[in-house]
Design a protein around this ligand. Structure first.
Ligand code: HEC
Ligand code: HEC
Ligand code: HEC
Ligand code: HEC
Ligand code: HEC
Ligand code: HEC
Length: 311
């Protein structure tokens, strides 16, 4: 009798477990966290990690799939809660060791370790619960969108002028003056964004010899395969100040003067180089006007001399 009772209890228990199993088998709704964190779960649905079948527990720990009790015991075990800014890298580096390794060479990481939490960590550039595939055109680090992502901080005067940073906040403005931005905003995507010059993850100041923007490394950075392979860069431009308005203008003039191949010229200046013809027009005009008046002065002088002599 006692035996039968036990069998029945076990049977009912097992049916219960199976039912829970069936209930939770539909991907995200079955995730227990769904019941309380509905907004985040909604965001998570456009996350590449969701597409790849990962759940909350992958980053937060806890017991995501036990749907039987809606108690906070779900957030127990190896549940880490909200990772600190220093810890976010550890969460991501579990699966992205290469990116994390590069990132750890960056000044951003250096600053976070110094206790300046405003510097960029993985989630500032990629998002937290809405991390999209890079090629998704809504991704914050998509080629088209990444300059705006850097500008969130690098165009923020208050942040950039903090005493321990004190760097210029005009990076986006000066980038917008460049050919690269003009082409990018017109939908031409094979042009340099911030990250192409500064690296995706190992961003360093240009005074650091390991930086992609260190003057000696610029020919290599500009000369990347899809960019300007063996371009005949004027060394002054390559070593120049990209974000300096003056140098941008001298750059444009230099491109006109140096014997650039017609292909490169049209790449930089478009098929019809209006600036070139305007410059040429004014050169001719100035020479002609000055020449004309100089001639008049000479004639006038000569005539006075003659008159005097005749007198
Ligand atoms: C019973 C409802 C409930 C469930 C289920 C639940 N949570 Fe929570 N969670 C909460 C509440 C309430 C808080 C506290 C919110 C606060 O402090 O603002 C919280 C806080 C958190 C935090 C932030 C902790 C912090 O340090 O600020 C994280 C991360 C989190 N939950 C993740 C999860 C994950 C992952 C799951 C699934 C494994 C989950 N939660 C399941 C209710 C729930
Ligand atoms: C790819 C890793 C990852 C996944 C997957 C993930 N999170 Fe998070 N989550 C984070 C990180 C990183 C933070 C800290 C963000 C910060 O502090 O800026 C965070 C913060 C949170 C917080 C606290 C801050 C807030 O925004 O309220 C909650 C709650 C949370 N996550 C719930 C969830 C839930 C629920 C899921 C599943 C639907 C989930 N997370 C999936 C990485 C992840
Ligand atoms: C300063 C902004 C920034 C930070 C911080 C950052 N990333 Fe990225 N990440 C990018 C950009 C930009 C790309 C490349 C987009 C492209 O390919 O055009 C990228 C690409 C990626 C990719 C796609 C593969 C690849 O390497 O191109 C992964 C995965 C990735 N990052 C993970 C991480 C992780 C993990 C961290 C933290 C350790 C991190 N990122 C920190 C900006 C950032
Ligand atoms: C459990 C493992 C895991 C964790 C933890 C994880 N990722 Fe991923 N992540 C992946 C996988 C797998 C992909 C898909 C890779 C692919 O499609 O090539 C991916 C894709 C990405 C992509 C898109 C890459 C691309 O090429 O489009 C980015 C960006 C990214 N993860 C950033 C992060 C960030 C930031 C964190 C930390 C908050 C993180 N990941 C945590 C496994 C993980
Ligand atoms: C969350 C804010 C934030 C984001 C997003 C961000 N940065 Fe930064 N960046 C900082 C801070 C803060 C510093 C530290 C300034 C310092 O001490 O030099 C910094 C420093 C730098 C430096 C070195 C500056 C110097 O003179 O030391 C470079 C280069 C740089 N970032 C490039 C980028 C690029 C490229 C992106 C986009 C892919 C980006 N950053 C995105 C906050 C950010
Ligand atoms: C064509 C390549 C190129 C592009 C695109 C570019 N930069 Fe730079 N950036 C440089 C070079 C080279 C320097 C160093 C010399 C200078 O100041 O011009 C620099 C300097 C900087 C600095 C100061 C740190 C230092 O090294 O002195 C920051 C911060 C920065 N850039 C951020 C950005 C941001 C943000 C964007 C996009 C909005 C961007 N850059 C776009 C090449 C580039």
């Amino acid at each position: 009798m006692e035996k039968l009772e036990r069998v029945i209890v076990v049977l009912i228990f097992s049916i219960g477990i199976v039912m829970i199993g069936i209930g939770s088998s539909s991907a995200i709704e079955g995730v227990s966290c769904f019941h309380c964190h509905t907004k985040i779960v909604e965001e998570f649905k456009s996350n590449i990690h969701y597409d790849k079948g990962f759940t909350c527990e992958e980053c937060h720990g806890g017991i995501a799939r036990s749907n039987n009790t809606l108690s906070t015991s779900i957030m127990s075990g190896d549940f880490i809660g909200r990772p600190t800014r220093e810890n976010i890298t550890n969460v991501c580096s579990k699966c992205h060791p290469k990116e994390a390794e590069d990132y750890k060479k960056s000044i951003h990481w250096e600053e976070i370790q110094k206790g300046h939490p405003e510097a960029a960590t993985c989630t500032d550039c990629h998002g937290v619960h809405e991390i999209r595939a890079i090629k998704d055109n809504k991704s914050s680090t998509n080629h088209q969108n990444s300059p705006e992502t850097c500008a969130k901080c690098h165009a923020n005067k208050e942040l950039m002028s903090a005493w321990y940073y004190g760097i210029k906040a005009d990076r986006m403005d000066t980038y917008k003056e460049s050919f690269h931005w003009k082409a990018l905003s017109n939908g031409y995507s094979v042009v340099a964004t911030c990250a192409d010059c500064h690296g995706n993850h190992d961003n360093r100041p240009h005074t650091d010899p390991t930086s992609s923007t260190y003057p000696d490394n610029l020919p290599q950075t500009c000369g990347k395969a899809n960019c300007h392979p063996q371009a005949r860069f004027d060394p002054k431009i390559a070593a120049g100040l990209v974000h300096d308005k003056e140098s941008l203008h001298t750059g444009e003039l230099k491109f006109n003067k140096t014997g650039m191949s017609s292909q490169m010229r049209s790449y930089y200046l478009g098929p019809f180089d209006l600036a070139y013809w305007i410059a040429l027009f004014f050169k001719i005009l100035t020479t002609a006007v000055i020449g004309f008046f100089a001639g008049m002065v000479i004639l006038d002088f000569a005539s006075r001399f003659k008159l005097k002599k005749r007198w």
